[in-house]
Design a protein around this ligand. Structure first.
Ligand code: NAD
Length: 418
């Protein structure tokens, strides 16, 4: 079927295909032929997006024999949007994403020194994608640790709280002095803690935002038969924020929805999940020494940033790891690496992060059969020692022969293995 609709002066809406619907309970109703918007992305986006679309199309066709299919609709953002419309994030893009409920994007660059909010931040806040989910697992690629198959952990990073809210007071600024004065004179804080030349960053963390995020992680853990969920934070130091987060997480475990299913002590029975508390620095160490100990990590925004990068590095880097930003039904899947401007246009970018994000999106749609085909085909292609230069070089460094392919050749090789 002709199922790719490029932007042509405006968004092209297919005649066929239907929008996904958001139900009252915030779950989604997926038609057999959903309209899925995609933002190609800057830099290598133009190379990895067609690769992902091809692989997903082949997997869906193989799984459902033509009874299901995706209508892909291009939306503009970033460099391409600026070139064609003069705006880096056109209103049309945000409106369409809201209407379509589920979408996927490539990397978007943040021009240094040009000012303006990060496009990723605009997108994440526009639909209140409050959980960033990064499942980290190994598919056979070269990795820096022995037995990387021990890594199979999904990181749930809170996306709508914490120091990322940008509440910042720069050193010596007038506002900063006002806050200092208030804290010293009215709240009894010492001048030692707040010297005259200090900057102040505010770290808000709320019960409502924490609990909705933790519920998402627990539901996911139960649906996917996971066993150990670690609640991670530096609660011993930041009691009012990360400490509160950890306590709220344990309150969620006691909610009626999770009663008998989520335990916090004792022996695990079939179908149950064990919730444990781990301090951030401990978790960073444990991930390297004993990654098999945890199946799900649920954490705050800043800790989630550190932890997900460390976990990704264990399996070879962000080029191999997918991600999804998920709110109340709304979801936007994306590659985890950046625009890689240094290799853009050369046809050598690794398409796996975006391709696995496409597979994650299929799971979200409930099309698990198609996503399983993709995971299997990627494993087989890597086992056959095929890959873009970064993969082939990784194998060579380990003394293993590998065949170097372009982005599109690698996508074709994966599709052929579906
Ligand atoms: P980057 O990920 O673009 O590049 C880091 C290194 O990794 C480069 O050497 C690059 O060639 C390589 N690399 C990255 N992805 C690759 C792939 N798929 N295949 C092969 N090699 C790959 O990180 P950066 O240079 O720090 O950032 C560049 C731009 O991307 C910045 O403007 C940044 O803001 C943006 N960025 C966007 C996102 C996003 O959209 N989610 C994420 C990170 C960075």
């Amino acid at each position: 079927m002709d199922n790719l609709y490029r932007w042509e002066g405006s968004v092209k809406l297919p005649q066929e295909g239907k929008f996904i619907k958001l139900k009252q309970d915030k779950s989604i109703e997926v038609p057999d032929f959903p309209i899925i918007p995609f933002i190609e992305g800057d830099g290598i986006g133009a190379e990895i997006m067609p690769a992902m679309i091809h692989i997903v199309n082949v997997a869906v066709e193989k799984a459902y024999g033509g009874s299901k299919g995706i209508y892909w609709v291009e939306l503009l953002a970033g460099d391409k949007a600026e070139e064609k419309t003069g705006k880096r994030m056109p209103e049309e893009t945000l409106d369409f994403l809201k209407q379509a409920i589920v979408g996927i994007k490539g990397p978007l660059g943040t021009p240094v020194g040009k000012g303006g909010k990060s496009l990723n931040a605009i997108l994440r806040q526009s639909m209140d994608f409050y959980s960033a989910i990064r499942p980290v697992y190994w598919l056979g690629q070269p990795a820096p640790i022995p037995d990387p198959e021990r890594v199979n952990v999904a990181i749930f990073r809170e996306n709508s709280d914490d120091v990322y809210m940008g509440i910042e007071y720069m050193p010596k600024a007038e506002n900063t002095q006002k806050i200092r004065k208030f804290l010293i004179e009215e709240m009894g804080i010492s001048e030692y803690a707040l010297p005259e030349d200090c900057g102040i960053t505010v770290k808000p963390m709320s019960e409502y935002k924490t609990k909705r995020h933790v519920r998402k992680a627990l539901k996911w853990a139960l649906e996917n038969n996971k066993k150990v969920v670690a609640v991670v934070g530096k609660g011993n130091i930041m009691k009012a924020t990360e400490g509160a987060f950890m306590n709220w997480a344990f309150e969620v475990a006691k909610e009626p929805e999770f009663k008998g299913k989520v335990i916090t002590e004792g022996e695990l029975k079939e179908g149950q999940v064990l919730m444990v508390k781990v301090i951030t620095d401990q978790m960073l160490m444990q991930l390297v020494l004993k990654p098999e100990a945890y199946d799900v990590i649920v954490t705050q925004n800043l800790n989630g940033d550190y932890i997900s990068d460390l976990a990704s590095a264990l399996v070879g880097g962000p080029g191999f790891v997918p991600s999804g930003n998920i709110g109340d039904g709304y979801a936007l899947f994306e590659s985890t690496h950046g625009t890689a401007y240094d290799i853009a246009g050369k046809g050598i970018a690794n398409p796996l992060s975006l391709t696995l994000s496409g597979a994650m999106m299929l799971e979200y749609l409930g099309w698990r059969k198609a996503s399983e085909f993709i995971y299997r085909a990627v494993r087989t292609a890597i086992n056959d020692r095929l890959g873009t230069p970064d993969i082939a070089n990784g194998f060579r460094k380990q003394g293993i022969q590998a065949k170097e392919l372009s982005t599109s050749e690698f996508a074709k090789a994966i599709a052929e293995r579906i």
